[in-house]
Design a binder for this molecule. Structure first.
Ligand SMILES: NC(=O)c1ccc[n+]([C@@H]2O[C@H](COP(=O)([O-])OP(=O)(O)OC[C@H]3O[C@@H](n4cnc5c(N)ncnc54)[C@H](OP(=O)(O)O)[C@@H]3O)[C@@H](O)[C@H]2O)c1
Length: 287
């Protein structure tokens, strides 16, 4: 099986670049090899590679900057997936693509099913929703995997920010009125690899939209507290979203119900606390 991986130096893409080669011939493309903002280059990469499976781990993920880079966010998050899907359909390849809990408006109070109404509050969420729609409209066999709050030991993410701040601050003031689920990039990559290993035929039969997340939920404050652990300093103080204004509005509630993934594929992702514990163990071992 030939696998095209985009965004291969991202949090999830970097982990996939290590795991996928056990299951096929992987053509891994980072931004230097394939600029997803260039639709012609995306089509050319598909035509040159002729993959059986495409895993699109590349995305424009700078949620706040997207508010002033709308065109670029849409080029990478909507147009590129559209071209990947259209090319996949043409050659009979299966597309695996990630989306986000930020497609929701956050007014829910219980975990969202795949068919819950969307209503993105920011440009990033709008661009990712447009990507989902373009993939659906393409007629390609595609699995769109919505996830949330991705962190890992590389890249720019909340986990690494808290680890860094915890070393030299006595107090961290963290938003406590946004609820969601942290996802370690490794567990997302492992679960994706498990899907890819089923092969294009089995994936095509189960194409569709899936909520793809660890189980359980917390707030950013709860996540920060869990990252810091039970050490006395820093103190992690809860604050309100209104105390920490950002250019992009975030949904107050973004918890994803993952029952469909479990029903259709027979497995789910670990509880977020277990994934975090494994990530912290790995961080300790690497020091
Ligand atoms: N991060 C989150 O909290 C989060 C939450 C929900 C859903 N997701 C979704 O999960 C998926 C994986 O996200 P992630 O956390 O692994 O993101 P990430 O760490 O930001 O990785 C995204 C990758 O895309 C690449 N990229 C950005 N613009 C590009 C362009 N124009 N051409 C080619 N590559 C480009 C980045 O390259 P550079 O390294 O060169 O910038 C990076 O390698 C994405 O679809 C994302 O939308 C993420």
């Amino acid at each position: 099986m030939r696998i095209l991986l985009t965004g291969s130096s991202g949090q999830v893409g970097g982990e996939l670049a290590k795991l996928l080669p056990a299951h096929g011939e992987v053509v891994a493309m980072d931004r230097a090899a394939l600029d997803l903002a260039n639709a012609d280059a995306v089509a050319a990469a598909m035509r040159a590679t002729k993959p059986d499976v495409v895993v699109n781990a590349g995305a424009y993920t700078a949620v706040d900057v997207a508010e002033r880079e709308r065109d670029l966010a849409f080029a990478v998050n909507a147009r590129a997936p559209q071209v990947l899907a259209e090319e996949a359909r043409r050659i009979g390849a299966v597309l695996l693509h990630y989306s986000t809990d930020y497609v929701f408006d956050g007014r829910g109070a219980s975990p969202y099913d795949e068919d819950a109404p969307t209503g993105p509050l920011n440009v990033y969420g709008q661009s990712k929703l447009e990507g989902e729609r373009a993939i659906a409209a393409s007629g390609a066999a595609a699995l769109v995997l919505r996830t949330s709050w991705v962190y890992g030991l590389t890249g720019r993410n909340f986990f690494l920010t808290i680890r860094r701040l915890a070393r030299d601050r006595d107090e961290l003031r963290i938003v406590a009125d946004q609820q969601g689920t942290p996802n370690w990039s490794r567990t997302l990559a492992e679960a994706t690899t498990r899907l890819v290993a089923l092969g294009p035929g089995a994936l095509a039969e189960r194409a569709g939209l899936y909520h793809f997340s660890s189980t359980g939920s917390t707030t950013w404050h709860g996540f920060a507290q869990a990252i810091v652990g039970d050490q006395p300093k820093p103190v992690v103080t809860p604050i309100a979203t209104s105390d920490y204004p950002t250019p992009a509005t975030r949904p107050a509630y973004g918890v994803l119900a993952t029952g469909k993934l479990e029903r259709v594929f027979g497995f789910g992702l670990p509880a977020w606390q277990d994934a975090l514990a494994a990530c912290l163990r790995e961080e300790r071992q690497s020091q």
